[in-house]
Design a protein around this ligand. Structure first.
Ligand code: DC
Length: 260
């Protein structure tokens, strides 16, 4: 028999595999990550964590405190006094900023644009990554974002990179906020957007491309698939096809024990 100390140190040296898995879902804005993450979480009994909501919450705090989104030091200073919590729910995450519910506010356009800008700062990202690792350390989560498979959990058991052509993503985003067709408006023929709708659609696509550009080209953890991620391009797939493909990927990567 080994002396107790030796047994302890040798067992401590063996990295323990999490008993519950981490599923990392990364990809650009509007690819459908949140829908997919929520579905997989439900399907496999995992918690769904939307890391983008954390960047959004910090961006909101910057807005409330009149800070520049482009200067890292004041943002870091404020982060030190900020508590951001994600509460997984069936339809997505409830977001708490210093204990107040900002779930709806963080989805508004000004916060969306600010989140994209604050998320370029390396030290701020390191602060976020540290919190995200703490949230997922016991596994049992579907974590969704831009750098989960590359930076937050490079050892995630399953990595999916969900992509789609910008026009398709822009169109999906537009439908989420679409202004309904006015049957009394002669300019609004069935199947034809009104000039206002066309302009709104164009603006959404332009903003999405701008955020893509920033996400993909930032120096720290730019958006890119991990080398071991499975890439799912949903450009010409229906939602059902994406969900089925993702379930198949999860089953291919996890053992029966991990799926329970
Ligand atoms: O996924 P989302 O649209 O809620 O993300 C908001 C912003 O946060 C987005 O512009 C990119 C950034 N983000 C990031 O840099 N890293 C993550 N893991 C998640 C989001």
């Amino acid at each position: 028999m080994k002396p107790i100390d030796e047994a302890r140190s040798s067992s401590a040296a063996i990295p323990t595999r999490r008993t519950r898995p981490i599923i990392a879902i990364d990809g650009p804005a509007g690819a459908g990550k949140s829908t997919l993450a929520a579905h997989l979480a439900r399907r496999f009994g995992l918690l769904n964590l939307e890391t983008g909501a954390m960047y959004r919450a910090l961006a909101l705090k910057a807005i409330e405190n009149d800070l520049s989104f482009d200067e890292e030091a004041p943002l870091l200073e404020i982060a030190a006094y900020t508590r951001i919590r994600l509460e997984p729910q069936v339809g997505g995450n409830r977001v708490l900023l210093d204990e107040s519910d900002v779930s709806n506010r963080v989805r508004e356009a000004d916060v969306t644009a600010a989140a994209s800008r604050v998320s370029v700062h390396p030290k701020l990202r390191a602060w976020m990554v540290e919190q995200q690792r703490a949230l997922g350390r016991n596994g049992g989560v579907v974590m969704e974002g831009r750098d989960i498979g590359t930076a937050v959990f490079p050892d995630a058991e399953v990595k999916i990179f969900l992509d789609a052509a910008p026009e398709v993503r822009g169109d999906r985003r537009y439908r989420q906020v679409a202004i309904p067709r006015d049957p009394n408006d002669p300019r609004s023929a069935p199947g034809q957007p009104t000039p206002e709708q066309a302009a709104a659609q164009k603006k959404i696509l332009e903003e999405l491309k701008e955020r893509d550009e920033r996400d993909r080209n930032r120096a720290e953890s730019p958006l890119r698939p991990a080398s071991d991620a499975v890439i799912v391009d949903s450009t010409s797939l229906s939602l059902e096809q994406v969900l089925a493909r993702a379930e198949e990927i999860v089953r291919d990567h996890l053992t029966a024990g991990e799926l329970n």
